[in-house]
Design a protein around this ligand. Structure first.
Ligand code: KG4
Ligand code: ZN
Length: 346
């Protein structure tokens, strides 16, 4: 017999996006009913990075109007919801507390359970909302602003870490290099568009740990190499910026692609899932598609709009955990965040 639809409202507020969304499990299959997102990027740009206190205050301003809008867009009443999910961590403590506070209060008011979600699990599962959803098992390349990890994923909640960055994340490598080139925060997408006009072979930049034989990454040295190159160019930098951007992107993409292929080979898996903000990078997608096609590997990505932080991935992760009988249900009115939280602990 077909199960009745099960609906979860999810809140994301771990960093600089306020995300609210409703996901419905329809006969076990997740479907996005409505979502709202407010990005704080413009607000933080003047400071060159996220200012935590400003982030928390802006989440407070945005979260209730966004929730009303999402409920109206979905055409649902509070009584139509079955659970309220929120990002419990990792992230900025004050920012996380806003989503947690609203979720717990709302759940108490409507008498529904609150479900705590790990932010990275949200990213990792986000391709399940795409037009070409993956199936388990797969290797996941998780590339966000704060994390770079390769995982063997055999089911919901079954994530084996294969390798990760020992210093900067891939997103940080993009952002810090972009800053050196005078591009606005967050630099990843700006560096990517500048790179379109440049020559990726113009400068020989390091590919750290490429031949280490492990699945770990290191990107801190790349940023230093970009700085050295930028200084060497001096007054010539403005006319060579596109070449330097293209060379930087090529170095990052090269390492991500080669290590992903190594992870696929070592694990014997034939499916790759890419998730997180850097997964929006077109050069990375083109290189992965090409390399995978030659090896008979299928690659899955989140929809472009769901690569960076959003509420849909949080509602989705809660829904998939519910479907798998593995929800992180909170005690009624329990109120907690985990600014530092290892995915291996869940
Ligand atoms: O996953 P995400 O929203 O944040 C974290 O959970 O950390 O990822 C944000 C990161 C930033 O570093 C941003 O520069 C990068 O993703 N990013 C990109 C692109 N779009 C976003 N990097 C390279 N190319 C892009 N198109
Ligand atoms: Zn994120």
């Amino acid at each position: 017999m077909k199960a009745p639809p099960w609906r979860v409202l999810g809140f994301e507020s771990s960093c600089d996006e306020t995300g609210v969304a409703i996901v419905e499990l329809d006969d076990g299959h997740p479907r996005l009913l409505a979502q709202g997102l407010h990005s704080q990027i413009a607000m933080h740009q003047a400071y060159g990075g996220v200012v935590p206190e400003l982030a928390s205050r802006d989440h407070i301003r945005r979260v209730v109007p966004l929730t009303r809008q999402v409920m109206a867009d979905a055409g649902l009443a509070w009584s139509d919801l079955d659970a309220i999910a929120y990002t419990k961590g990792p992230g900025l403590a004050g920012a996380l507390l806003v989503g947690a506070g609203v979720a717990v209060a709302l759940a108490a008011a409507i008498g529904k359970p609150t479900l705590a979600v790990h932010h990275l699990e949200g990213h990792l599962l986000s391709p399940f909302l795409s037009a070409d959803p993956p199936a388990f098992p797969f290797v996941c390349l998780l590339v966000s602003g704060g994390h770079t990890q390769l995982m063997a994923v055999t089911g919901v909640g079954r994530y084996e870490l294969l390798g990760e960055t020992i210093d900067d994340a891939a997103g940080e490598a993009f952002d810090k290099s972009a800053k050196l080139l005078g591009l606005p925060y967050p630099g990843g997408p700006h560096l990517a568009s500048l790179a379109e006009a440049g020559d990726p072979g113009a400068f020989a930049l390091p590919r750290p740990l490429l031949h280490s034989g492990t699945l770990d990454f290191s990107f801190a040295g790349l940023k230093t190499a970009v700085l050295t190159q930028a200084r060497k160019l001096g007054a010539e930098l403005p006319v060579r910026a596109a070449d330097l951007a293209a060379s930087t992107q090529a170095a990052i993409v090269d390492v991500l692609v080669k290590k992903s292929l190594m992870a696929l080979r070592d694990s014997g898996l034939k499916r790759l899932v890419v998730a997180g903000g850097v997964g929006a990078n077109q050069s990375l997608r083109a290189a992965l598609n090409e390399a995978s096609r030659r090896r008979g590997v299928r690659v899955h990505y989140p929809e472009l709009s769901l690569c960076t932080d959003n509420g849909a991935m949080i509602a989705l992760a809660a829904a998939m955990r519910h479907a798998a009988g593995a929800s992180h249900a909170q005690a009624p009115q329990a109120f907690g965040v985990k600014p530092r939280w290892d995915l291996a602990e869940i």
